[in-house]
Design a protein around this ligand. Structure first.
Ligand code: ADP
Ligand code: ASP
Ligand code: MG
Length: 409
């Protein structure tokens, strides 16, 4: 007998038929004698639909009301799934985040979980009921509804698994595991048996939206065994582990992540004097705009170019701020490009292999793709390229690093 937290994403509960299929799956685990806590997302498309309604009323609705609105999507699916389970003779009870008492901080639309009261859930489990919890939502200490950011149901799943010390947190989705890259872009992408937390955190933060990054950080921190599986077909999925598989020869690169959500800004001809980076970036951070990659070129004639990337949604706002900064600093001009993409290769195997960057750059240059920016860490290399070359770049890197071939022994 094990305790599983099973999270089902939007596509998996996207229609009444699919909710019935989820109920069948959950019941089969119950019938095998396991205790089950289910976390569900809203039906696919529902969160976007709700955001659209809000934006039809005003450009920037207050975050508190936004959370009251978008959290409703998950309230629908917990009720429907509980009904489907009860219909099958499998006793189930639904809970909103507030009813469980998932307490978060007060940062509406991207709240962080502070504590989880497991009492109610435990009582239900002890009485043989399946507990069905709304993903993505909690309440702050004053009882206001909060949400955890897009994709936040993954984090609800992992947090409940940590609180309940579950044997495994299973993330059921529309693919049967974590692939070497998004299988929607590369047909020959391969499912991985295992991936380390360290690599999965990089993949998620570099744009692989299969798991919300915070859920992976949480699982790593609290040692929650985490597995990604398909809602639609049986199989082992992908286990996210602390250590790599000892039996397996470590591939140099484990996966490729990409991100189309960025834009690039350059302040040209800035006086090359100490403190310039902070003078440029302070007003950007004061406006709550997050900066990702930063490059400052070697100066000539005591002037330099300073380039950085931001989320594409923040591009226009950042450009207006920089135009002012440019004038104050006596820089030549501000230029920008919001048609860029970031492609990253990730792998713990990079630590023990030389020449990985060269292989990446060669492979891109063979396709005639110009690299605009580069950043590296111990286990990843990211480049910024023109967005129109994104798919070509991902495919050529996938084949250059032999990711399609089964390397598992
Ligand atoms: P859910 O609605 O179940 O939360 P998501 O859409 O958030 O599902 O995540 C699943 C999707 O993630 C897949 O359909 C796939 O296109 C995408 N994806 C991106 N990168 C990867 C990857 N490396 N491996 C598998 N899927 C990936
Ligand atoms: N429904 C929310 C979203 O679409 C949360 C989730 O699905 O994880 O982002
Ligand atoms: Mg998701």
């Amino acid at each position: 007998m094990a305790l599983y937290v099973q999270k089902f994403g939007g596509t998996s509960v996207g229609t009444v038929e699919r909710i019935e299929a989820v109920a069948d799956k959950v019941k089969s685990f119950r019938d095998a004698g396991h205790d089950i806590v289910v976390v569900v997302s809203a039906m696919s498309g529902e969160t976007n639909r709700l955001l659209g309604l809000a934006n039809a009323i005003m450009d920037e609705p207050t975050p508190r009301e936004m959370d009251v609105l978008v959290s409703t999507g998950e309230q629908v699916t917990i009720a429907l799934l509980s009904m489907a389970l009860n219909k099958r003779g499998c006793a189930a009870k639904s809970y909103t985040g507030g009813q469980v008492k998932i307490t978060t901080d007060e940062t509406h639309t991207k709240a962080r979980i502070r504590s989880i009261d497991e009492k109610n859930m435990r009582a239900d489990l002890d009485e043989g009921r399946v507990v069905v919890v709304a993903g993505f939502q909690g309440v702050d200490e004053y009882g206001n509804i909060t949400t955890l950011g897009r994709g936040g149901s993954d984090t609800t799943g992992v947090a409940l698994a940590a609180a309940l010390k579950a044997d495994e947190c299973q993330i059921y989705t529309d693919v049967d595991g974590v692939y070497t890259t998004d299988p929607r872009v590369v047909d020959s992408a391969r499912r991985m048996e295992r991936i380390t937390f360290e690599e999965m955190i990089e993949m998620a933060s570099l744009g692989s939206k299969i798991l919300q990054i915070r859920s992976v950080e949480f699982a790593g921190k609290y040692n929650v065994p985490l597995r990604v599986l398909s809602s639609f077909k049986d199989g082992p999925g992908t286990l996210i582990t602390i250590e790599g598989d000892e039996k397996m020869e470590q591939p140099v690169i484990s996966g490729i992540a990409f991100n189309r959500d960025e834009a690039k800004l350059t302040v040209q001809g800035v006086p090359d004097i100490p403190g310039i980076a902070s003078k440029i970036l302070r007003p950007i951070s004061d406006a709550n705009i997050e900066v990702d990659m930063i490059v400052q070129n070697m100066g000539a004639d005591n002037h330099t170019d300073f380039t950085f990337t931001v989320h594409r949604n923040d591009y226009k706002k950042a450009k207006v701020i920089l135009d002012d900064v440019c004038e104050v600093l006596g820089a030549r001009e501000v230029s920008g490009d919001d048609k860029i993409a970031k492609v990253s290769i990730v792998g713990v195997g990079m630590r023990s292999h030389a020449g990985v960057a060269t292989q990446m750059f060669d492979s891109l240059s063979d396709e005639g793709i110009n690299i605009q920016m580069i950043s590296t860490s111990e286990i990843k290399i990211s480049v910024v390229i023109a967005e129109k070359y994104l798919e070509l770049a991902v495919r050529s890197l996938h084949s250059s690093f032999d990711l399609s071939e089964a390397t598992e022994a």
